[in-house]
Design a binder for this molecule. Structure first.
Ligand code: BG6
Ligand code: MG
Length: 220
């Protein structure tokens, strides 16, 4: 029954969630901000300025808007340094196989990432060609708003109810679940992503024929 696939990037396709966290952790340490047990989960999927607010916590009001922009830019420079060495080896397990499978069957595929660095990461991983649509995070409200997933579906010209979307973050699953009937696949921890319609540890566990059979039949 599904006709299109929409992917989050960091932590689903690319092993970059840890690089975002590393860059934020450095900033938190430099600012002497605490790093709590749930900080990592809170930061996943959040756009840049919202992530900075998590880091600053109750000290947020001590910083001016310009000061915050400078701090976010500092984190981004560090992140960009970290992704300079990305290569196809940093694709997460099952990602390139699944993308190739979808592409061979002409199943429309989109990216719905909060990251303004997404295009550069796709290039570095050598997978840009698999995506017919890369939704622009600057044009959508941040996750957990469903905006970016709806924008991706709209660009693909497929109704949300026929789209299946992959996410590793609770904010992302919430976004998909409020995207007009879209189906959410949680990639990673089953307990933290309990709101998803289906849960898998990694993309290697996803069996595309279970979901896209009718799309294949329609093509052939
Ligand atoms: C998301 C990541 O994909 O993009 C977050 O999960 C990150 O960790 C967000 O903060 C924004 O990324 P960027 O590259 O625009 O700062
Ligand atoms: Mg993610």
């Amino acid at each position: 029954i599904y006709r299109a696939a929409i992917f989050d990037l960091d932590g689903v396709i690319a092993d970059t969630a840890r690089l975002h966290l590393q860059a934020w952790r450095q900033l938190a340490d430099a600012l002497q901000r605490p790093w709590a047990e749930d900080t990592e989960e809170k930061l996943k999927g959040l756009e840049r300025m919202a992530s900075l607010e998590v880091i600053l916590g109750e000290k947020s009001s001590k910083y001016s808007t310009e000061g915050k922009i400078a701090l976010a830019a500092r984190k981004n420079s560090r992140y960009q340094e970290l992704i300079r060495s990305l290569s196809p080896a940093d694709l997460l397990p099952g990602a390139s196989e699944l993308l190739a499978w979808l592409s061979e069957r002409h199943i429309p595929t989109a990216l719905a990432s909060a990251s303004k660095n997404a295009t550069a990461v796709l290039e570095a991983l050598g997978i840009s060609g698999y995506f017919s649509v890369v939704a622009d995070p600057e044009m959508s409200a941040p996750k957990p708003s469903p905006d970016i997933f709806l924008a991706a579906a709209r660009s693909l010209r497929i109704d949300p109810e026929f789209c299946i979307a992959f996410e590793d973050a609770t904010a992302g699953i919430a976004a998909i679940k409020s995207a007009e009937g879209m189906t959410a696949i949680g990639v990673g921890n089953k307990e933290t992503l309990a709101e998803a319609d289906y849960n898998i540890e990694s993309l290697t566990e996803f069996t595309p024929t279970d979901f896209f059979l009718s799309a294949i039949q329609a093509v052939s």
